[in-house]
Design a binder for this molecule. Sequence first.
Ligand code: ZN
Length: 114
Amino acid sequence: MAKIRLINTRHQPFLAVEYHDIVCRRRNRCDCQTSQRMNEKNKAVIKRHCASFHVPAMGKSKELDREVLHLQSVWNAVKSGWLAVKELEAPEALPVIEEPKEAKKKASKPTKSA
Ligand SMILES: [Zn+2]
C-alpha cells in the first residue's frame, strides 16, 4: 500500500472528512475506530468513529494511505496548491478522480469560514 504525506503550504489547517466512505471502501480495509455499548434492550451496538485526519497550518500530515487523494476535499486542495503531496514509496501517476456514484449534495462542499 503506497503511503504519502501531505504538506500544508498555507497558514490554515486542513481537515479531511468522509474518510470512511471513500478511503476505507477503496482499500477494502477499515481502520476506523469502533466502540461498543449496550442499548436499552441490552443489545450490543457498534458505533463507528469515522477516521479523519488534519494537516496543521504550515505543517505536515502523518503517514497516510494514498487513497486519501480520492477524497474530493484533498484533491481540490492539492490542485489549488494548498496541499503538497510527498510520496513515501514508489511514485505512480496521480489517480483520476471519478465522481462518487452516490454523491451527497451536502457535506461535500467546504464552507467558507470567515
Ligand atoms: Zn472506515
